[in-house]
Design a protein around this ligand. Sequence first.
Ligand code: PLP
Length: 429
Amino acid sequence: MRGYPKSKALFERAAAIIPGGVNSPVRACRSVGADPLFIERAEGAIIIDADGNQYIDYVGSWGPMILGHGHPGVIAAIEKTLKRGTSFGAPADLEVTLAEMIIKAVPSVEMVRMVNSGTEATMSAIRAARGFTGRDLIIKFDGCYHGHADMLLVDAGSGVATMGIPGSAGVPAAAIEHTMSLPYNDMNAFTSVMTRSGDKVAAVIVEPVAGNMGLVPPKEGFLDALRAGTQKYGSVLIFDEVMTGFRVAYGGAQSLYGICPDMTCFGKIVGGGLPVGAYGGTKAIMSCVAPSGPVYQAGTLSGNPIAMAAGIAALTELQKPGFYEHLDQTASRLAEGLGRTAKNVAIPLTIHRVGSMVGAFFTPGPVNDYADAKTSDLERFSKYFRKMRGKGVYLPPSQFEALFVSAAHTDDHIDATIRAAETVFAELG
Ligand SMILES: *Cc1c(COP(=O)(O)O)cnc(C)c1O
């Protein structure tokens, strides 16, 4: 039996002085009726809590750790750069190198600006798109999460979905007055809105593979419809690839599905586990950003040398031949194993996988949008989460989050996970 006295004591200290005891809501594990584990350290595919319990980690810091924890190449790059200083507030070579790597990986991006988080990337991209078009209206999709900027907190996924918070308190009606949220994967809804108001739409922002309502892939033709509709009315198509960038393929979801957006947002993997975001797009749009153009956006620590070094080292590893093929095989073993296991005991489970992102909904499905995702049996998910954690498998503590497989996961890790699920599914009955 695992004990958690140290995590419990740390959580008590934290809860008195940090809202909910955590610095990002889903970590609190409230929706699954558990307390958070405090993490002591992590190595490869394994995460170790303050009480010394070990887990196979499928959270991967919510996406960045595609190489596994403590990758030697990334750690070495950080250590080397650290000795040059930790922040200059002036340009340095590493920012240029990472920008070049992003542009080379994602050809729709001709210019890019570094920021410190995914939230900053999406809110800045929206501002640039509005500045470029001179329009206000933005379209997003229900269950997609684009960070916590006011105008994007409408029918959002991730923690907003998990907490059951309708949008958020503290967001003035005026801030979301120009935001419209449509059902994901609904081409007709999108096309009819564009026919009515396309000439007022500054930007359409989408997760090209939705990963914040659980994992929901785009239906055939959905992304094409977004591309065609935005092109027709001169609106900016923004792919929020904060999660999918360098994850589902080196060139992101846009390379996987062959769609060329006008702008792309990055975060997570691009920082190699350090706080980094980036937004980029065509030269015409990005030239609107200060000091080239009138759209203001800035950051004291943006392009931080240590974060840049970590990002460069991570991206360098990802370019090694066969990296994504191998990762996909590992993730496929997990998805197939979980599906087979659930079927054996007649538990309705809808499994999705895109590259190394895996989603498992406790519903017979199909799951094509947020309304479908919400038909999942959340009570059953909570039990599943708690029992799996008790067996040393660290899953995202929400039905509405994706699992991430890393290059450090071996077939043995996957098989141990499936064995744990076998026992747990049987107990769920
Ligand atoms: C995580 C995420 C964000 C927000 O990034 P933060 O670094 O948490 O601000 C935005 N968009 C998507 C698609 C994400 O997955």
